[in-house]
Design a binder for this molecule. Sequence first.
Ligand code: EPZ
Length: 417
Amino acid sequence: MDKIVIEGGRPLEGTVKISGAKNAILPVLAATLMTRGRNIIEGVPKVRDVATMIQLLKDLGAEVESYRNEKIVLDTSSANNPEAPYDLVSTMRASCLVLGPLLAKLGRARVSLPGGCAIGARPIDLHIKGLEAMGAKIWLEQGYIHGTADGLKGIQFYFDTVSVTGTANLMMAASLAEGETILENVAKEPEVVFLADILNQAGAKIEGQGTDMIIIQGVSSLKPIECRIFPDRIEAGTYMIAAAITQGEVLIENCIPQHVESIILKLQEAQVDVEVESSSIRVRGRSPLLAVNARTHPYPGFPTDIQAQFMALMTLARGQSIIMETVFENRFMHVAELKRMGANITLDGHTAVISGVQSLSSAPLMATDLRASASLVLAALAAKGQSVISRVYHIDRGYVNMEKKLSCLGARIQRVK
Ligand code: EPZ
């Protein structure tokens, strides 16, 4: 298994270009199952989760006509197999996004129940409750979710918890259901808004995306999807924090500042210098870095996917910061590793109290999940000396060429087998 070796203690300088948003393309790829024809998607980020989803679509009968230079042409004319294999789905929870499309298009689905993961149980009870309300019959058998539907019907549905992929799944299913569907307490993430807009371009009738209520009028069919994926706001936030934690100066290019507004405000509160342009952000780490509190929240709140990276930054801030994780029940897997580097963090349930220290010391580190891995990379970049991070396949799930992009910024980082 690959490891990443980092010689930390050097400020990052230069420009980094943000790649396409992983959490935007995954539901769009699932949505291609509701079309029949050549779907053309540009701005595709080369990350493992995307490769997994593409393989899953191929197993379901889609054909990759071409895939190069971040552009994929996916022919779904023969995507008629409703069965997603366990070995693929178990590695990526987002595979559950094919449930809605398969039931809507084929009237059948057999998808392995996604395993939990490091950050929590991550049930999909709301996905299932909504699909059943639409008329699907869904049961669990030998670790697989089986579903049948003889045509889906529009419903009124309230999400007890805001769910990003739950909103995406029900919105896709409702697009081909009969009649009107009203979804309430929905996710407002840019990735959900983008999916709704792309479905509308393919002939769906969706409105209200970006608000608490989405209304969908079902249609009989959708045209093939053509779109370009927008830049990844979590990747952008990660590199903004990389600049801050190394006291460097980085220009983040090809990003959408509005998508990272809550991160910009938090960094400015901590006295980090952030200059916003129309599609780029310049971040200068300054001293002293001030300790600030943060509480994760669905969009447009402070993103849970940036919590671990921000905590790494706060370990070096002056004073005490309190970080609350309100979205997932166990998203503090990075804390133990940061403490091994000398960070001063105490946990109390969903709350972490961080008292800043002068410096972190390098150490051998273990990645546990995608964003915790990013947090350890950031801490290692700030710590003097050599850190070795193992299980870096977690990073490859959601970051395009992270070590290449960081070494272009002057980091001493390399991947070793
Ligand atoms: C999406 O996951 C993202 N993944 C996650 O990003 C992100 O952390 C999360 O949204 C929150 O923003 C993709 O978009 C592929 P949820 P998702 O359903 O949809 C509970 C990353 O690092 N819940 O919004 O799976 C759930 O347990 C990944 O890129 C239920 O209880 O998250 C959690 O506590 C990690 N029942 C909360 O809701 C359900 O049926 C939010 O989960 C669904 C969710």
